[in-house]
Design a protein around this ligand. Structure first.
Ligand SMILES: *Cc1c(COP(=O)(O)O)cnc(C)c1O
Length: 364
């Protein structure tokens, strides 16, 4: 049995007729950019998250970097972010010239108020929370800390579509929530896509202008913007898939529960759910001291598991200039050496799941 990290082919096949019908409808309409599909998906996504507004953009990195630019951050400003995040989060911050300040994550792979507090300086302007692996960060205390210290709170929800903290969805806590609809995400498009949600009308308007060359009225440009679009085809197809998102997240939870209940191998440390969190298991990340041997062993059994992420951003060449060396963020570095994402995807069969569990339990 061959197990891949994700099966986007099956995800398509599950609702083949509906996607095909929507795609043909858009193709035949002749309207491919900035039409009714985008407007209606933006409304649906804002309302799903529990925010007032949504601005579609070209991808998740754009959602992040456009947000920080429009918020007015730049050189000399600092943004606190967890050090073990996907590097796009760090790029979203540094794009406007601001400095990413890296905080160590906790046992749930996320930010804690104490970790944020320890990184605050007079130059701190914002905090970027990432609900990594679809595991929800406890938001109450982070929200109140940001309010108390006058910091902007932005959420990177690229792995957390539908995740919630005490019933409130990821993306609705800060000034803006940034999403990616890359095909492998919990809500994936058929190509690239992204969105920013916010309940601040003025910010939404600025984001809308900025993504369109800084123009509100044709050939009138109020600022130097970018071209970052969520096209009609992607918006229409995402809207179809949105109907199934809660069901897909429930399925991910059922798979995660089987892993948690049935993996019994003392060499593996399983992820834990924080009380109050509804996680959506973008990844099911185990830790193992002999991680590379585990990955090789799985590979030998035709189970293809990925590492999210083997090189923490501060040790990548791109961010050498920040001046963190090896040893400066020991918890993050230890995660980079020990984490492994066990295959978990929608449309995974019970047989596949049983096979992965059985193979994992026989690792020694
Ligand atoms: C995928 C991802 C992004 C970037 O999204 P793209 O659409 O690939 O640009 C940003 N942050 C996190 C945490 C991600 O997982």
């Amino acid at each position: 049995m061959k197990i891949m990290p994700i099966r986007t082919d099956r995800l398509y096949a599950a609702h083949d007729a509906e996607y095909t019908q929507k795609a043909l409808e858009v193709l035949r309409s002749g309207q491919y950019i900035n039409g009714k599909e985008l407007a209606s998906f933006e409304q649906a996504w804002a309302s799903y998250i529990g925010a007032e507004r949504c601005v579609g953009v070209a991808n998740g990195l754009d959602a992040l970097r456009i947000t920080f630019r429009v918020l007015g951050l730049g050189a000399g400003d600092e943004v606190i972010v967890q050090a073990n995040t996907y590097i796009a989060g760090i790029m979203g911050i540094s794009d406007c010239g601001a400095t990413p300040v890296l905080a160590e994550p906790d046992e749930y792979f996320g930010l804690t108020p104490a970790a944020v507090e320890a990184c605050i300086t007079p130059r701190t302007k914002a905090v970027l929370v990432t609900h990594l692996y679809g595991m929800m960060t406890p938001m109450d205390e982070i929200v109140s800390l940001c309010e108390r210290r006058g910091l902007l709170l932005v959420e990177d929800c690229a792995q957390a579509h539908g995740a919630a903290w005490r019933g409130k969805k990821a993306g609705s806590f800060g000034v803006a929530g940034c999403f990616s609809f890359f095909p492998a995400k919990n809500l994936g498009a058929f190509g690239d896509g992204g969105a920013i949600v916010t309940s601040d009308d003025a910010l939404a308007e600025k984001l809308r202008v900025f993504r369109n060359y800084g123009s509100n009225k044709r050939y009138y440009n109020s600022c130097i913007g970018v071209n970052s679009r969520l096209d009609e085809l992607q918006a229409g197809l995402l809207h179809v898939r949105l109907r199934y998102l809660d069901g897909m997240n429930a399925e991910r939870n059922r798979i995660a529960a089987r892993y948690t209940n049935e993996i019994r191998n003392p060499l593996l440390r399983l992820p834990e759910t924080r009380p109050g969190a509804y996680n959506v298991w973008h990844q099911y990340v185990v830790r193992c001291d002999r991680r590379d041997a585990l990955q090789q062993y799985l590979n030998d059994n035709d189970i293809h598991a990925l590492i999210h992420y083997p090189i923490p951003p501060h040790l990548s060449e791109a961010y050498a200039y920040l001046g963190y060396g090896r040893g400066s963020l020991p918890r993050t570095e230890a995660l980079g050496d020990t984490v492994l994402s066990v295959p978990l995807y929608n449309e995974m069969t019970e047989e596949e799941l049983s096979y992965v569990i059985d193979v994992l339990n026989r690792f020694e």
